[in-house]
Design a protein around this ligand. Structure first.
Ligand code: AMP
Ligand code: MN
Ligand code: MN
Ligand code: MN
Length: 302
């Protein structure tokens, strides 16, 4: 089968469980032809991943997944092909990292009031001293047997109106797209089906996103069922957005536990008629054409 680029993955620099180099090695072993590392609100894993990709001769795209507050909800914007040294990006992400550090302490305080002691320290230890996300709290609470699965922890503790939830402002859509573009990247709306937006609201999001210079939307992703991929393929065509593909891989341990992401190397192809976001990338040369027909003996000789 012709494998698809995977342009949305996480490492231990954010809430993935594999080190950046290990993500790259697993992707190469799974036959992924082109990989982007897109950790939440940080570019800290990119140097290590790029180095590993160089040694394996795997095409690598430096990326990031930025947390955004838009119209009162959290959405995620992926940046592809960003320059990790660009100050607009690094300064913007630094603000989000400061918020995350405070939010983690506040989550710990709120969970302590619920009788769950040590959650901040536990989550921080699981983060390995890197960026802390709700996922680290979820893992810690599963270890402590407060809930059976991470999904249950989210449902009962970490989402709106639950005891460990801390509301707050992430980046604006304008900031996120602006930082990505300033650093030379392309902005992509991540896992659009996850937001459960009405059609009207979705079109408003896409309209604003395009006015700001956003260019892509994830059509094939770990959390999209086939019919969702087909719907978003049609929407991408109608709205003249480039189509992206990404597993949202967070680690091999999680693959079996009904998480909204899938393993590396298992993405289906983009539906027909989409323009892949990688269509004009030098690193993707050779991936863009439809697979060649089986060679006939004469063609093979020629
Ligand atoms: P944060 O950015 O720290 O608020 O955490 C968001 C992350 O939590 C997502 O990127 C997922 O990795 C994870 N997540 C969100 N919802 C769930 C869920 N229902 N079950 C498991 N993990 C989730
Ligand atoms: Mn995550
Ligand atoms: Mn996301
Ligand atoms: Mn993600």
């Amino acid at each position: 089968m012709n494998k698809v680029p995977d342009l949305h993955t996480h490492s231990s620099a954010s809430d993935g469980t594999l080190a950046p180099a290990a993500v790259v090695h697993r992707a190469a072993a799974a036959g992924v032809p082109l990989l982007a590392l897109t950790d939440h609100d940080t570019i800290d894993g990119l140097a290590q991943a790029a180095e590993a990709a160089r040694t394996l001769d795997l095409g690598f795209v430096p990326g990031v997944e930025i947390s955004v507050t838009w119209s009162g909800r959290t959405i995620h914007i992926v940046g592809l092909g960003v320059d990790p040294a660009h100050p607009a990006l690094t300064l913007g992400l630094a603000g989000l990292q400061t918020f995350r550090a405070w939010r983690a302490e506040e989550m710990g305080r709120r969970l302590a009031k619920e009788g769950i002691a040590g959650a901040y320290e536990g989550a921080r230890a699981l983060s390995g001293g890197q960026l802390i996300g709700r996922t680290h709290f979820a893992r810690f609470l599963v270890e402590r047997r407060v809930a059976a699965t991470e999904r249950d922890v989210f449902k009962h503790f970490l989402v709106a109106r639950k005891p460990g939830h801390v509301a707050g402002e992430w980046a604006s859509l304008e900031q996120a797209v602006g930082w990505i573009r300033a650093s030379g990247g392309q902005a992509v709306i991540a896992h659009p089906a996850r937001y459960k937006l009405t059609r009207t609201k979705l079109l408003i999001l896409i309209g604003t996103f395009r006015e700001l210079g956003g260019v892509g939307i994830e059509v094939v992703c770990g959390s999209h069922a086939r019919d969702e991929a087909l719907n978003f393929a049609r929407l991408a065509r109608e709205q003249r957005l480039l189509a992206s593909a990404g597993s949202d891989f967070h680690g091999p341990q999680l693959v079996l536990t009904s998480q909204p992401w899938i393993d590396l190397g298992r993405l289906p192809a983009l539906p027909d008629g989409c323009v892949p976001i990688w269509h004009d990338w030098p690193a993707a040369a050779g991936l863009n054409r439809a697979p060649a027909p089986d060679p006939t003996p004469t063609a093979a000789v020629a």
